[in-house]
Design a protein around this ligand. Structure first.
Ligand code: ATP
Length: 483
């Protein structure tokens, strides 16, 4: 493999299968090929007195797949343009395994250009998001994208590994379900033998039922479908959920501790085992290391709102500096006032969530935190109310860089309480289509809780990327079902 080509191998002959990233002919007898394999590149030198061999090599279209037999040698000067800068291949044999079409829908060089270069030179060609996604297979070949999907796989491996070490069992819940009313989001309806079925909006009810079936601690890595017709930087209509649910003995904080330690295991694992991938992402899109601790920073919802009221207005005033547009200025003035008076029990919008993230980053120097004790009114019917203050609930969200990556809670395990809570919601929730769920708590039930993590959001926010489509292999949103 190209990443194994190191100066210590000088003198050895090796076979490499890779793509031709670029070719550059110099005179009649010399041609330099840049070979690329995933995140790594190396230089191959074709030298021959037979000029048609050199011409053939130089004419290989970019992205063609070649087999190269080469002798490794140390170049006089390090090759700055290649990841394997301390070694090159003197080509002995060269075969074209598969020839690319000469016209590419986008140039890899343009798609891989670092943010800083684009900023410094506005005239450089840019590849916009739609072009990238329309030709995703080509776009995915950039080193940064190669790194992103290795990191995504890493998050899943680390999530699985940590939870298995804590006695969790991996489960697979149905994605075709009979009802759209799991609370909250809208579901996609599909035809089902003359009737209707829905695509699961979360494994919520089934992972709880698995606990009532004595599985004790469960997790799932699987698709989640949301029929939300909104185009934002962090929502898709299909994403990958990393879900967990567990019984606890004394207090639901046991669940929070597991979630906290799970994230810490994932972050530590990424930093320790995926350094090359993180550096590769940084080369194109620089980002600051995520600041986190174990146990992580925790606030109650009212504490977080107090912090927003105290520190938020000054930050909004800062945003006003230099703004001349009257409408925008008026909007920010309004925002300053609303932030200054944000109620302890009032739901927090995306914009204020981000502002709070900035405040926490400034005041606590942390980018990862939990907000516990959300107002009962803003959570689904199955959420356990706080036993002391019923306006609050035993529920939490987890944030990375000011954006939500996880929602979770202690769930109600008393069937009568579940019915009462559903009836008390405004509007009331009709549980008749999901009586099997309610009934699962009737034959002896364990106190339990859990949470759902969005995989693509974790990767996006860990790497400080601006859009969730960058961390989804083939993203789905209201405007995109293909490729
Ligand atoms: P948001 O408030 O951001 O819309 P949510 O409250 O609907 O999220 P949950 O239903 O609690 O989110 O889902 C749990 C997690 O799944 C979220 O914290 C997030 O990481 C992820 N998630 C939710 N909706 C989406 C989506 N449409 N696209 C990608 N990830 C999502």
């Amino acid at each position: 493999a190209v990443d194994e080509l190191l100066p210590s191998l000088a003198g050895k002959e090796v076979w490499v299968r890779a793509r031709v990233a670029t070719s550059r002919k110099q005179g009649k007898m010399l041609c330099f090929l840049q070979l690329r394999q995933s995140m790594h590149t190396a230089q191959a030198v074709v030298f021959s007195k037979e000029s048609d061999i050199v011409a053939w090599a130089a004419a290989l279209p970019r992205e063609s797949v070649v087999d190269v037999l080469g002798e490794l040698s140390v170049p006089k000067e390090p090759i700055a343009s290649c990841s394997q800068s301390g070694i090159e291949l003197q080509v002995r044999k060269l075969f074209c395994v598969s020839r690319s079409m000469p016209e590419l829908p986008l140039q890899l060089e343009d798609a891989a250009r670092p943010d800083a270069e684009l900023e410094a030179n506005p005239d450089l060609p840019r590849v916009n998001q739609d072009v990238r996604l329309n030709h995703r297979v080509i776009d995915l070949r950039t080193p940064c994208n190669q790194a992103i999907f290795r990191l995504q796989s890493g998050v899943c491996q680390l999530f699985r590994g940590f939870l298995r070490s804590q006695g969790f069992t991996e489960i697979h819940t149905p994605k075709l379900v009979g009802t759209a009313s799991e609370g909250g989001a809208d579901g996609f309806r599909v035809e089902y033998f003359g009737g209707n079925a829905y695509m699961a909006q979360s494994p919520q009810l089934y992972k709880q039922m698995a606990l009532m079936a004595d599985l004790e601690r469960v997790f799932e890595v699987g698709p989640v479908f949301r029929a939300e017709n909104s185009l934002t930087h962090r929502h898709m209509t299909e994403f990958t959920g990393l879900d967990l649910e567990m019984t606890f003995k004394e207090h639901y904080s046991e669940v929070l501790d597991i979630l906290d330690r799970t994230f810490n295991a994932v972050f530590d694992g990424l930093n320790q085992q995926f350094k090359t991938e993180l550096d590769t992402v940084r080369e194109q899109h620089p980002f600051e290391d995520l600041r986190y601790t174990c146990p992580c920073l925790r606030f109650t919802y009212p504490e977080a709102m107090a912090l927003l009221r105290k520190e938020g207005p000054a930050l909004v005033r800062k945003m006003m500096e230099g703004v001349t547009d009257a409408t925008e200025l008026a909007r920010l003035k309004e925002r300053e006032a609303s932030v200054a008076s944000h109620g302890d029990l009032v739901d927090i919008g995306t914009e204020d969530e981000k502002l709070l993230g900035e405040i926490v980053a400034r005041t606590h120097k942390q980018d990862f935190y939990i907000i516990d004790k959300f107002p009962a009114d803003v959570r689904p019917f199955y959420t356990m109310p706080d036993p002391i203050d019923p306006t609050l609930s035993n529920s939490y969200d987890i944030f990375i860089r000011g954006e939500e990556v996880t929602s979770g809670a202690q769930r109600i395990h008393d069937p009568q309480m579940l019915l009462d809570q559903a009836a008390a919601k405004d509007p009331p929730v009709d549980l008749s289509p999901i009586m099997a769920y309610v009934d699962s708590f009737k034959y002896g039930a364990f106190p339990h809780g859990g949470g759902g993590i969005g995989l693509e959001r974790v990767v996006m926010l860990f790497c400080g990327l601006p859009n969730i489509r960058k961390t989804s292999l083939f993203p789905r949103d209201p405007k995109r079902l293909s490729p």
